[in-house]
Design a protein around this ligand. Structure first.
Ligand code: GLA
Length: 383
């Protein structure tokens, strides 16, 4: 389990939790003050109320997230002309997410990514999970953390305005052991950064691999083939035909997986390479070349037309780069836009797939008495 260096920082910043930020809604961000607004976003089919929180920083950057799935519904950042545009895929209403969503904007858990055949053994006991992706378990099961309603508090810290989501996952939920209490915090900083902080505790040992599954499109439309990507990864984890790692940490040098220098995503996405064939494009975990145990640069994504740039930093050891290969035009998203093939891409900071079954991978087991801590920062800019 990765221990982060954020503890000291957290102690220094005592978050001021507000039951509701309605009182802040009147503050005008045009005056250079970050704001928070909370409102109803509807009701789930089972009758649970869902709230939407809008965070706006001093420069007008706006993040909207809801309590269903702790989903980031929209994220508006400026292009090089200063024009704000929404850079994440999703739906206009709660109903869209409930009906069918490939994890648009969601927190994925308990285990982001795949666990082979939905089975693992922990401390001598065998566990069986729902198989929901070919022969494997994917993204926490049939009702993962992306499909539950989280509680939420808004907060104002030295870093910016934020939302702290909390979810208690019952012992045995989706086949996982232990009562797990998870908090996820999104903080919108005035420096056009989104800070994602994860913490969790458990009363029984359990695998845990939380991630954020936003689909980025920095142009706000079209496919992502001309987005230019750099990944701070000399190695990746090759997979079998069902996208389970073979256990090897393969060098990227000389392959279409070498993003150690910037490459347009479309340049090699159709290359004749067995790993590209298995993924239907890029759908692989990259092993980050880490400087230390703190926040390390994982990815830089640039969109030449808009000039928008996204830098991703994380305390996690890996990042799943998924090029939206399963988007096929059957989903219609925000503003009636049809999400065609590869019109969004994910950079899921995480531990490696199938770690509970891979002895040589960094451990994803959280034990009673330990606190899981993970941090990812998205920094937006222009070029
Ligand atoms: C992850 C997986 C992909 C796909 C998407 C959701 O990124 O690695 O294979 O399942 O989630 O569609």
């Amino acid at each position: 389990m990765l221990k982060t260096t954020s503890r000291g920082l957290r102690r220094a910043i005592v978050p001021l939790l507000l039951a509701s930020a309605a009182c802040d809604a009147a503050v005008d961000h045009a005056a250079g003050v970050a704001t928070m607004k909370r409102e109803s976003f509807g009701t789930t089919p089972s009758g649970e109320a869902v709230d939407l929180v809008t965070l706006t920083n001093a420069h007008g950057v706006e993040l909207r997230a809801m309590t269903y799935g702790a989903i980031i519904v929209s994220l508006k950042v400026p292009d090089r002309a200063g024009q704000l545009g929404d850079v994440v895929l999703g739906y206009d209403s709660l109903a869209g997410y409930v009906k069918s969503s490939p994890y648009f904007g969601a927190i994925v858990g308990r285990y982001g990514n795949r666990i082979a055949k939905g089975k693992f053994t922990l401390d001598g006991a065998d566990y069986t999970l729902a198989v929901n992706n070919g022969p494997n378990a994917l993204h926490g099961g049939l009702t993962g953390f992306d499909k539950v309603v989280w509680s939420a508090d808004t907060m104002r810290t030295a870093e910016g305005v934020g939302i702290q989501f909390r979810y208690v996952s019952k012992d045995g939920e989706e086949g996982y052991p232990g009562t797990l209490t998870a908090t996820v915090t999104y903080t919108l900083a005035d420096a056009s950064e989104v800070h994602i902080g994860y913490e969790a505790t458990t009363d029984k040992a359990t695998p845990l691999n939380l991630t954020q599954h936003s689909y980025f499109n920095l142009a706000g439309q079209g496919d992502i083939m001309s987005h230019v990507l750099t990944l701070n990864a000399d190695r990746f984890t090759p997979v079998d035909a069902t996208l389970i790692p073979t256990g090897e940490l393969a060098l990227v040098a000389g392959t279409p997986f070498d993003f150690t220098s910037p490459h347009a995503i479309g340049d090699r996405i159709n290359a004749d390479h067995p790993q590209i064939a298995f993924g239907g494009g890029y759908d692989h975990n990259f092993v980050l070349t880490r400087a230390d145990t703190g926040l390390t640069l994982a990815a830089v994504l640039k969109e030449p037309t808009s000039g928008r740039v996204l830098e991703v930093r994380t305390t996690e050891p890996g990042v799943q780069f998924y090029s939206g290969n399963f988007l096929d035009g059957t989903l219609t998203g925000k503003g009636g836009v049809v999400y065609a093939h590869r019109t969004g891409l994910c950079l899921e900071t995480q531990h490696y797939p199938d770690s509970p079954n891979q002895k040589t991978f960094p451990s994803t087991i959280l034990r009673p008495g330990e606190t899981y801590r993970s941090r990812t920062v998205w920094r937006f800019g222009v070029e």
